[in-house]
Design a binder for this molecule. Structure first.
Ligand code: F6R
Length: 599
């Protein structure tokens, strides 16, 4: 979804603002976008914006230097109006006194636009955002100063937004946040604001997270945060634990492949100080005050929902009534939820609008909430009663990989910590798990499988028990980065309909691991094999599925609870290599965004 960058300062030369803004846009590319633009203020506002990727904007900059000490930039993921130069941000008022970038959706923009057009303001774009500079201009015309005009305009908006604005002749960037992320960066030579830290991590690792309803004013020397009444808010400066190298590709062709290979490290980080092998204990400090809940409801989307399905099953195994809901379908009017219910939001970004909506709904009816998230200081982390960080490190590839594995491991810990139920074999298996992930990565035959089936008509994934969510995830990964038809099923469901789709052109990936009813899944393998489908077995050797499979992707033996997590890595690699062979845009698949901040 859209990304915002803002900068004020002297970062080493008179074109520095533009450089910082362009670096910032590159750091936000992972969020997904279809156009990009920047505005630099002082003495007058200069705007450059282009449909397409950042290289198109770079070309547009060749025409002339943009001077100034303050600027804003934006990557746009279209909602109102198609991708085009005109609809790209920043947007300005008629007289280019102010330039604005926005992430989110202004729900009352139609009424505001009608009102503004009726008194003579002219709109150029189809965006909801363009009402903001005109509203600000109206304030300026009424005699307000820049900040007052900005605040007055923001007060008129309904919906979700992170907004940044610069004014002609000013060294200040103004910003406001409501249900869309904004973080401030405190640098040596200036100050930054952005939708996410990768936008400025190469310049500073010191950050302040804005809360909903807060405003920020940054100048080269000062950073001021105020509430909606204008009262100065005390903020704390946090230090980011990763650096620009962590957010780079480290020699891999794609972020996705790098992130798949970072999984052993991600898991070690997730387990750190939470699993004590000597004492054979599992504890999560941030959840220590929680007793075993009567009822647990997970809310999540996409890949995180698949992790939530896995987590719910883990809790059910331990005797807790746990259900996973698609966050967009979670409705406290129809779901029994009360103060005895623990609602766990699983969200990599901590900003997904559907998940945040579900968590806020749960909060309103008095449930206790937990965020299982990767992003420190994210909305989910700040708004939930408890937070458990999965500590996967920055994930830039749009397709979630290392964060899924970290979420699954985190949920093993959550289920164990909430119920006090785990066996010593699980503790030992967790100790060995990172090494086993490395073995899968080192020895995987996924690339050969991908070459064999790159032209298949469709791909099916089946598994039972803990493998069922991994089958769904295998299919999701395949479709999002290869653009090919893929479906995942609980293996038992195959014969209730999907089997009609199975032919000799549809490879079936069967997850057959100890503890997840391997014999029954083997029965399903025979069903598809009889219909001529090629079979790829992902297995720990717990059955004789090898005899019925055309290809085998092996995983080491581990605790039955953890085997699906290893199996998933094989599926990630197959999808990656199919997409690679098909020449797809692996890190930025078409139409998708990393952080989905609209409902
Ligand atoms: C798929 C993917 C998405 C996200 C979903 C939720 O690879 O990444 O399906 O899992 O958009 O995002 P988060 O976890 O940030 O809430």
């Amino acid at each position: 979804m859209c990304g915002i960058i803002g900068y004020v300062g002297e970062n080493g030369g008179d074109t520095a603002v533009v450089d910082v803004l362009m670096d910032g846009l590159s750091g936000l590319e992972y969020r997904g976008y279809d156009s990009a633009g920047i505005a630099v203020a002082e003495p007058s506002i200069a705007v450059r914006k282009r449909e397409g990727d950042i290289s198109a904007l770079e070309e547009a900059l060749h025409g002339g230097k943009l001077d100034g000490t303050a600027g804003i930039g934006h990557t746009r993921w279209s909602t109102h109006g198609p991708p085009s130069d005109v609809n790209a941000h920043p947007h300005t008022d008629d007289e280019t006194r102010v330039a604005v970038v926005h992430n989110g959706i202004i729900e009352n923009y139609r009424a505001l636009r009608d009102e503004l057009e009726a008194v003579g303001y002219r709109f150029e774009s189809e965006t909801d955002t363009e009402v903001v500079p005109h509203l600000i201009a109206a304030g300026l015309e009424d005699g307000l100063g820049c900040e007052a005009a900005f605040r007055q305009a923001v007060a008129r908006l309904e919906g979700s937004y992170a907004i940044a604005a610069v004014f002609a002749g000013s060294e200040t960037v103004y910003a406001a946040r409501h249900e869309s992320p904004l973080v401030l960066g405190i640098g040596e030579d200036g100050h930054y604001l952005a939708s996410d830290v990768p936008a400025f991590i190469q310049y500073t690792d010191r950050v302040i997270y804005l809360d909903d309803g807060e405003f920020a004013r940054i100048t080269p020397e000062t950073v001021t945060v105020t509430d909606d009444a204008g009262t100065v808010v005390e903020t704390s400066v946090e230090t980011i634990e990763w650096d620009a190298d962590d957010a780079g590709k480290s020699g891999y062709d794609h972020y996705m492949l790098k992130e798949i290979h970072e999984q052993p490290t991600a898991v070690r980080q997730c387990l750190r100080e939470r699993v004590e092998e000597l004492e054979r204990s599992i504890a999560v400090d941030s959840l220590a005050s929680l007793s075993t809940p009567e009822r647990v409801q997970f809310v999540a989307c996409g890949t995180s929902y698949h992790a939530a399905l896995y987590g719910a099953r883990l809790l059910r195994e331990r005797g807790v009534a746990a259900t996973a809901f698609l966050a967009s379908e979670y409705d406290t009017d129809v779901v029994p939820v009360d103060s005895e219910t623990l609602v766990i939001g699983v969200t990599q970004s901590g900003e997904t609008a559907d998940t945040m909506g579900a968590l806020r709904g749960a909060n309103t009816v008095g449930a206790r909430t937990v965020a299982v998230t990767n992003v420190v200081g994210s909305s989910a982390a700040r708004e939930c009663d408890h937070v458990m960080y999965v500590r996967a490190g920055p994930e830039i590839g749009v397709a979630a990989t290392k964060t899924f594995v970290s979420q699954q491991i985190a949920l093993v810990l959550v289920a164990s910590a909430l119920t006090g139920e785990y066996d010593s074999q699980l503790v030992s298996a967790l100790r060995d798990f990172s090494g086993q992930l490395q073995t899968v990565l080192d020895e995987s035959a996924a690339q050969e499988v991908a070459t064999a089936y790159r032209d298949a008509g469709a791909y099916f994934f089946i598994g039972r028990g803990h493998n069922a969510p991994v089958a769904l995830e295998g299919a999701l990964k395949m479709k999002e980065i290869t653009y090919k038809h893929a479906e995942g099923f609980a293996a038992g469901e195959l014969k209730h309909g999907p089997l009609a789709l199975v032919t000799d052109e549809t490879p079936v990936f069967a997850l057959v691991t100890a503890g997840s009813k391997p014999t029954k899944t083997l029965g399903n393998v025979k069903e598809v094999q009889t219909r001529g489908a090629p079979v790829v077995a992902v297995t720990d050797g717990c059955s004789d599925v090898e005899q019925y499979a055309d290809h085998v992707l092996e995983i080491p033996e581990t605790h039955p609870t953890l085997a699906p997590i290893l199996a998933n890595v094989q599926l990630q690699l197959v999808s990656y290599w199919v997409a690679h062979e098909l020449g797809r845009s692996i890190d930025k698949p078409r139409n998708l965004a990393k952080s989905v901040t609209v409902e």
